[in-house]
Design a protein around this ligand. Structure first.
Ligand code: DQA
Length: 149
């Protein structure tokens, strides 16, 4: 573990850059930047430092997760729709040996049937679903608990 605190990388996938304006009834009013600010603010108290990455492309997300090897102690990943079908994302999560908590803002199990299938989740260290923006903080707390165990 890193001396300056646990290094957490928060990765957001396709369309999550639109948070705030995208289907607010489903995803809420908060932007990714607001969520990021809150996570940065609680970092010192909980003992972590946080970096953020968002991309709409699967390959960019895979590259970011590969880079997490050696540069992050834990990852929080909202894969967006890719979580429902990307075996490449699942493979990189298995490959890197860095614990990954998967987050979905909405309760994907209460929506369309195609969202009930999560292909990355079985290789994730934990999954937080339907907690809204606070899900990112819950995932970080879960990661910290696992890393300190
Ligand atoms: C999401 C749920 C996915 O089904 C959807 O495609 C998203 C957002 C969520 O955070 O609730 O893009 O990952």
């Amino acid at each position: 573990m890193h001396q300056a605190g646990v290094r957490i990388l928060v990765v957001n996938g396709p369309n999550l850059n639109l948070l705030g304006s995208r289907e607010p009834a489903v995803y809420g009013q908060e932007t990714l930047e607001t969520i990021a600010s809150r996570l940065r603010a609680i970092g010192p108290e909980l003992g972590f430092e946080v970096a953020f990455f968002q991309a709409n492309g699967e390959g960019q997300l895979i590259d970011a997760l590969q880079r997490a090897q050696g540069t992050a102690d834990g990852v929080v990943l909202n894969p967006g729709a890719l979580g429902h079908y990307s075996y490449a994302l699942r493979d990189v999560v298995s490959a890197i040996g860095v614990p990954v908590f998967e987050v979905h803002l909405s309760n994907v199990f209460a929506r369309e049937p195609f969202r009930r299938r999560l292909v990355v989740a079985p290789v994730a260290a934990g999954v937080i679903v339907g907690a809204g923006p606070v899900g990112y903080e819950l995932a970080i707390r879960g990661l910290l608990a696992q890393l300190r165990r």
